[in-house]
Design a protein around this ligand. Structure first.
Ligand code: IPM
Ligand code: MG
Length: 387
């Protein structure tokens, strides 16, 4: 279990290694945290600003302060520095208590030329350099949105799972090459990489329903057979958790067929990327899905799983919930401000229950509000909250 929180409450992510930055006390009681803010591209600046408002409200209610430093990553870094990350950014991130990222990428920087820098490379380099090997993507259905998904309410009701995606290996980082008339990427994994991820997932499962699905493609891929063999070895150390192996194609189908069968799901990088977008629809919209990228105890990174949504950027209509919920994960995992984390999550639920709907989560006939109004209703619920 992770270390006790500021007031002794247990983390909502029981198995997570403690990444808590020690709070600096400025007055007798007030706790201070510093966050590296990486707004990035597209809707990034809008959603990050929304999260800051909610964090300020939570801080006021629970007695802590969050200070910020800003960094440049993604397409905007390419424009400003000619590279997908401003120089020295990794080192600056390491000195902060946590990193909060909006989104990177957009059509302006899309290219198929292997020699032109791409915004996504900044994010991938950051994950690798900060050794953020585990990406937690909690997928919870919201009662208020049960009728707003393209999936039937009786299928998505009560869904509560966490996808644990390996984040610094596999095809994202394996050897690749563009040849004159061909190209390849390599899905490469070491036993150690698999083991630390699966071990992490088991610890998380221990604090939940004690059921872990390990997803692979062991009927075809050698790297998946290694994954499965290592997972089985780790499973032997955790007899109190049931592990089920599942092929990734079957998992993709089961996620929409009977999603409640899943509790903790662990998988390699590319499979996790794809499955988590699919799982986003279980919550009603990908605009609801937060994530935390954690490593071996250093600084952690928090970001929504949706992208930069260039089509709606700058229009004040993006759903801020995924980023606000990512900030809640940051309160829990990096700051140990567990009651504040739960209060922010409850505030999102309360805002939804009160009818707050951005365009992506509005059903026919429901009134659509913009980012600022959504944020304001969450902030109000933080102050009024019963949690
Ligand atoms: C995600 C995103 C990223 C990924 C992109 C932006 C590089 O899709 O975090 O899921 O593929 O990991
Ligand atoms: Mg993705």
């Amino acid at each position: 279990m992770s270390a006790a929180s500021a007031d002794g409450a247990a983390s909502g992510y029981g198995g997570a290694p403690s990444t808590q930055g020690a709070a600096t006390a400025d007055a007798a009681t007030r706790r201070v945290y510093t966050v590296m803010l990486l707004p990035g591209d597209g809707v990034g600046p809008e959603i990050v600003a929304a999260a800051q408002e909610v964090l300020a409200a939570a801080g006021e209610r629970f007695g802590f302060t969050v200070g910020y430093e800003e960094g440049v990553i993604g397409g905007c870094a390419i424009d400003a520095f000619g590279a997908a990350m401003e120089p020295g950014l990794i080192e600056r991130c390491k000195r902060r208590d946590a990193v909060l990222l909006g989104a990177v990428g957009g059509p302006k920087w899309d290219t198929t030329d292997p020699h032109t820098p791409r915004p996504e490379q900044g994010l991938l380099d950051m994950r690798k350099e900060l050794q953020l090997f585990a990406n937690l993507r909690p997928v919870k259905s919201f009662a208020a949105l049960a009728h707003n998904s393209t999936l039937r309410p009786e299928v998505i009701g009560g869904v509560d799972m966490v996808i644990v995606r390996e984040l610094t290996g596999g095809a994202y980082f394996g050897e690749r090459k563009r040849l004159p008339h061909a190209a390849y990427d390599t899905m490469y994994y070491t036993e150690d990489e698999v083991e630390r991820l699966v071990e992490y997932a088991f610890k998380l499962a221990t604090g939940r329903r004690r059921l872990l699905h390990s997803i692979d493609k062991a009927n075809v891929l050698e790297s998946s057979r290694l994954w499965r063999a290592v997972a089985q070895r780790v499973a032997a150390r955790h007899p109190d958790v049931e592990m089920r192996n599942m092929l990734v194609d079957n998992c993709a189908m089961q996620l929409v067929r009977e999603p409640r069968q899943f509790d903790v799901v662990c998988t390699e990088n590319l499979f996790g990327d794809i499955l988590s977008d699919e799982a986003g629809m279980l919550t009603g919209s990908i605009g609801m899905l937060p994530s935390a990228s954690v490593g071996a105890g250093g600084v952690s990174l928090y970001e929504p799983i949706h992208g930069s949504a260039p089509d709606i950027a700058g229009r004040g209509i993006v759903n801020p919930c995924a980023t606000v919920l990512s900030a809640a994960m940051m309160l829990d995992l990096s700051f140990g401000e567990v009651p504040a984390a739960r209060a922010v999550e409850a505030a999102v639920e309360a805002a939804l229950a009160g009818g707050a709907r951005s365009a992506d989560i509005a059903a026919d006939g429901e009134t659509v509000i913009g980012t600022q109004e959504m944020t304001a209703s969450i902030v109000r619920a933080v102050y009024e909250g019963t949690l």
